[in-house]
Write a protein that binds this ligand. Structure first.
Ligand SMILES: [Zn+2]
Length: 73
């Protein structure tokens, strides 16, 4: 997958009324477990499509991991 060098800003909750700024490089997993996409790539439909496909694959992996979660036995 083609990656660009832009960074996407996220603000995640860190305690009461406190937010932490996180910079995630475009195409990498953000703090919410999704793929970070910069505005430039959001306007690039081909790129967005490949990122969406990648996200589906990650989700499938997670479902698979959940189904073999020994901790819940
Ligand atoms: Zn980008």
């Amino acid at each position: 997958m083609e990656r660009c060098e832009n960074e996407v800003e996220y603000y995640i909750e860190s305690g009461f009324m406190n937010y932490k700024e996180i910079l995630t490089k475009c195409g990498y997993t953000n703090p919410y477990g999704k793929i970070a996409i910069c505005n430039e790539c959001l306007n690039n439909r081909d790129k967005l499509k490949s990122i969406r496909n990648h996200e589906e694959n990650v989700k499938a992996d997670n479902d698979w991991l959940k189904s073999c979660n020994w901790g819940e036995m």
